[in-house]
Design a protein around this ligand. Structure first.
Ligand code: SF4
Length: 292
């Protein structure tokens, strides 16, 4: 019998749920606000909020409203200063796990460590973390990106982007331990992310096809897809159920499904349902489903 296996962790993570609750509570109270960047990497959710009047802006000054929402990724300190300057109130949805990474980066910096962030340089979360160090932190995502002369015989304080893969962290820490004088590591990887990555690691080894559901700009979704692709030759990344192709499932008997932290659970469940139908040789959508 063909089988579709869904990881236990899927749907919104704690940080995203919290951000959406804060946003909706403010709307219910009649507070109108804009969002500094999309609240999550999900077109469907961003569209729903837009219908309720929440526009996505690129900067504080671009917003015409009195309140501006800071999303789970957090922002550098100068954004709070800019908000004050422009008389705006910040609705702060920075995920507590991201806030922890910001706190450690600031602490290491103030204690005179060379701060090293393991992550992707241009990711908003990393920009917010680097901002805690007056822009001085080094950012690398692999050993080969690290200029060893900047850490050799130095005291180095390390924080990780919440979504960073364990193997990335281990790879870079290996070099630091060899070259630096002192290394302090604040484990700022997020538990939810770790659990999802572990589940995807395991499931993608077992199945013939692996489908990851989530925003293509979402860092945690992309990491899941990278893990799945390493273990399973037929791994796909989709945002919506209508991207599933019937031919991916011809003569296939096991499929794994997982999703990034900003993917609404109802979309994951729809994908799961659709794959089940396709595996049984049925069709989906406008055409009649034959589950025979
Ligand atoms: S993935 Fe983790 S760090 Fe990111 S928003 Fe969700 S709970 Fe927070």
């Amino acid at each position: 019998m063909p089988e579709v296996k869904l990881t236990e962790e899927y749907g919104f993570c704690f940080g995203v749920r919290r951000a959406l609750e804060i946003a909706l509570t403010n709307l219910e109270r009649g507070i109108s606000f804009d969002s500094l960047g999309p609240i999550i990497h999900n077109e469907y959710v961003v569209g729903e909020l837009r219908r309720k009047g929440v526009e996505v802006v690129d900067s504080i000054e671009q917003s015409k409203k009195s309140h501006v929402l800071v999303r789970t990724h957090g922002v550098p300190p100068e954004i709070y200063e800019r908000a004050k300057e422009f008389g705006k109130t910040i609705i702060d949805c920075t995920c507590p796990f991201v806030a922890k990474a910001q706190w450690w980066a600031k602490k290491f910096y103030e204690e005179g460590y060379v701060v090293l962030v393991i992550g992707t340089k241009d990711h908003p979360e990393v920009i917010g973390i680097v901002g805690q160090t007056e822009g001085k932190a080094l950012v690398v995502s692999s050993q080969k990106e690290l200029d060893v002369s900047l850490i050799r015989n130095k005291r180095v304080g390390v924080v990780a982007q919440t979504t960073s893969r364990l193997d990335m962290v281990e790879d870079i820490m290996g070099l630091l331990v060899k070259e630096a004088n002192e290394v302090r590591f604040a484990n700022t990887r997020c538990n939810t992310t770790q659990r999802r990555q572990d589940e995807v690691e395991e499931l993608s080894r077992e199945v013939e096809v692996m489908v990851i559901v989530g925003g293509k700009n979402s860092s945690n979704t992309r990491r899941l897809y990278e893990i799945a692709s390493r273990n399973c030759k037929r791994a796909y990344l989709i945002e919506f159920p209508n991207e599933l192709m019937e031919e991916w499932f011809y003569n296939v008997s096991t499929v794994g499904v997982s999703a990034g932290a900003s993917t609404p659970p109802e979309i994951v469940e729809e994908v799961y349902k659709k794959i089940n139908i396709l595996l049984k040789g049925g069709t989906y959508g406008e055409r009649k489903v034959d589950e025979g």
